[in-house]
Design a protein around this ligand. Structure first.
Ligand SMILES: Nc1nc2c(c(=O)[nH]1)N[C@H]1C(S)=C(S)[C@@H](COP(=O)(O)O)O[C@H]1N2
Ligand SMILES: [Mo]
Length: 314
């Protein structure tokens, strides 16, 4: 594994590729004197998607399976705040404002604090991790995410012995997310993990994909990625992470407790009440693949559930 020193980019200073390209076109037509010292387009006026991240260390946790295309991963999404259709978030989240952004890490810890995105990017060297990612709706993708283990962030605030679970909260603002009104969900989107699940090295705080910052539809500027659980455990556009002593509520469980449990480990032997979980379809493929227990991450995570009945704790 490569060791990298802390990332030295300022989130608020990086310019998205699309803005940069527009800007070159625009600059070409203007006299130099007119341009001197001017900020023509403010990156903060729009989403910071598609900004190249500095060199990423390779992770031993990566699968060697073939990656999905960027297009697959950025045009077929679940992000109900931006519409319930799979193609809606890519269209309706385009102008999602993700700068400035802060994540509050709080609750049962000795050093609760807010982190700016610049600070989030510096907590630990960014790695590229190619993970399988499976939605409860039986589609799956393979994505080169960028980020680091959530444990690195949690350690910064020093969880106290009282902390047994971690609660996650996504950004919510109807002004920016008018479609959220029709989501059928109680928002903000919330999720939770047991503390040992949250501290597991595979649990990733994700700031990018395909070597770039996240596009809004994939959870910009920072999301969770929990590869052995169904996609909905991976809350997007995080604003709050809270260490707590009791099992926190989770949006899909609140919405439909019969269909969505707290644990939500990928488990081909526990059917969703309305469809089987035994198989999945990789986006871009026609044939179905068998779904693996813990999404294929059993060697790393099965021990977390020793002695638990995973049909009851679904
Ligand atoms: N805030 C928020 N996070 C969310 C969701 C959502 O609707 N809102 N959908 C979840 C579901 S059901 C899935 S499958 C994944 C999808 O992530 P992707 O679009 O990056 O593949 O995001 C999860 N995180
Ligand atoms: Mo999902």
């Amino acid at each position: 594994m490569l060791i990298k020193k802390s990332v030295d980019i300022r989130y608020s200073e990086v310019t998205p590729k699309s803005v940069y390209l527009d800007r070159r076109k625009f600059l070409a037509g203007l006299p130099a004197a007119f341009l001197a010292g001017r900020e023509l387009l403010s990156p903060s006026s729009r989403a910071l998607a598609g900004t190249k991240l500095p060199a990423l260390a390779k992770s031993p946790f990566s699968t060697t399976e073939k990656e999905n295309s960027y297009k697959d991963v950025s045009t077929y999404n679940n992000f109900y705040e931006f519409g319930t259709g799979k193609d809606q978030p890519a269209k309706l989240a385009q102008n999602f404002k993700t700068d400035p952004w802060t994540v509050s890490v709080e609750g049962d810890c000795a050093k609760p604090r807010k982190f700016s995105m610049d600070e989030i990017l510096k907590v630990s060297p960014l790695e590229e991790r190619i993970y399988r990612h499976r939605c409860v709706e039986a589609w799956s993708i393979v994505v080169p995410w960028a980020g680091y283990s959530l444990s690195a962030l949690l350690k910064q605030v020093e969880p106290t012995p009282k902390a047994k679970f971690v609660a996650f909260e996504s950004y919510y603002n109807l002004g920016q997310m008018p479609q959220a009104r029709y989501s059928g969900l109680q928002l903000p989107y919330v999720e939770g993990l047991r503390l040992d699940e949250a501290m597991h090295p595979l649990t990733m705080l994700t700031v990018g994909m395909y070597g770039e910052t996240l596009p809004p539809q994939d959870g910009a500027p920072v999301r969770l990625t929990v590869p052995w659980k169904y996609g909905f455990k991976s809350a997007k556009s995080l604003v709050k992470i809270r260490l707590v002593d009791k099992m926190p509520p989770s949006t899909w469980n609140l919405t439909n407790p019969v269909e969505y449990g707290f644990y939500s480990n990928v488990n081909p032997h526990v059917d969703h009440p309305r469809w089987s979980q035994a198989e999945e379809r990789r986006l871009g493929e026609f044939r179905k693949r068998p779904t693996l227990m813990f999404n294929g991450y059993g060697d790393q995570v099965a021990h977390l559930y020793d002695g638990m009945d995973l049909k009851k704790n679904f």
